[in-house]
Design a protein around this ligand. Structure first.
Ligand SMILES: [Ca+2]
Length: 303
């Protein structure tokens, strides 16, 4: 692997090349170029998000000097001479590849644990600019909590509709829009409580109300519920936040809820098939509400 611009990075990190040009000559499927992380020179271990001469985006792993492709490469129409925004997201054993801020691949692998980051290639020339390293979601919060994980989407029932968008967000590359009047329930994917390294006495999310409101006297209400079947916690209510208090309109605000004590303590256990539900009850119809970065707040304790 030819490489350059390597620097050390924490275990959980995001490597971004905001301008990356240099997919190998079209047709050379074995040639790749991209960003890498957790490169350990002793074990020759590293992860890479690679642009391929076959036009595909892939996540690759190098262990003991041997390169393998993880998961299924995505046909992305990669072509030589085009600038791309590349992102390799590493959080615990979870890896993600983003192209131009769009999540393309997520998978898990535990081979490479820490090391340096950089840009590199196999058999290809490349140019990279504005390479940076950032931290993933705070406190190791699972990616789905910030609507970043295409493999674990949130779902809905009720009158409203939801969609993931990249146009406006407070964390990562995506947020969730909730559209429509009435009472809309938004369900997290099922998770194990042990996926959260930190547990908080409160839970919060960022929310942005549209400036257009059908009822200027009542914007609506948000609620949070949780179900943790192991200790027989079903649809327990965290409380309400009156959206009318979240002014000014058109700016990101924080909705925060106290975590009921039985739920707080359950998060120190290991319980599969758990789920959060966020409900939005609103009179607003003309424009969507944005939600992002659901996370524990208050007093945080390592589980
Ligand atoms: Ca996000």
């Amino acid at each position: 692997m030819a490489s350059s611009a390597a620097g050390s990075a924490p275990h959980d990190s995001v490597v971004i090349a905001r301008r990356f040009n240099g997919p190998p000559t079209t047709g050379n499927g074995g040639y790749v170029a991209g960003v890498f992380g957790r490169y350990n020179t002793t074990t020759e271990c590293a992860y890479m998000v690679a642009l391929g001469g076959d036009g595909k985006l892939s996540i690759r792993k190098r262990v003991g000097g041997v390169t393998t492709v993880l998961g299924t490469p995505i046909s992305a129409g990669i072509s030589a001479g085009t600038w791309y925004l590349l992102r390799l997201q590493m959080s615990g054993t979870r890896l993600g590849a983003y192209l131009n801020d769009v999540p393309m691949i997520t998978l898990t692998d535990g081979s490479c644990t820490s090391g340096s980051v950089g840009v590199g290639s196999q058999g290809a020339a490349f140019e990279a600019d504005d390479v940076r390293v950032t931290e993933p979601a705070p406190n190791g919060t699972p990616w789905f909590m910030s609507f970043e994980d295409p493999a674990r989407p949130w779902t809905t029932t009720g009158v409203g509709t939801i969609a993931v968008t990249t146009t406006d967000k407070t964390e990562g590359a995506r947020s969730l829009t909730v559209s429509g009047c009435g009472y809309t329930m938004v369900f997290s994917p099922l998770f194990n409580t042990n996926e959260f390294p930190f547990v908080g006495t409160k839970i919060a999310f960022d929310i942005k109300l549209p400036t257009a409101q059908d009822n200027p006297y009542w914007y609506g209400q948000a609620q949070v519920f949780a179900t943790i079947p192991g200790p027989a916690i079903y649809n327990v209510h965290f409380g309400n936040v009156e959206l009318t208090t979240l002014s000014p309109l058109g700016t990101w605000k924080v909705a925060e809820f106290n975590v009921p004590s039985n739920i707080y303590w359950a998060f120190f256990g290991s319980y599969p098939n758990s789920q959060f539900v966020i409900t939005i009850n609103t009179n607003n119809c003309p424009a969507p509400i944005y939600v992002d970065n659901v996370r524990f707040t208050g007093t945080l304790t390592h589980r």
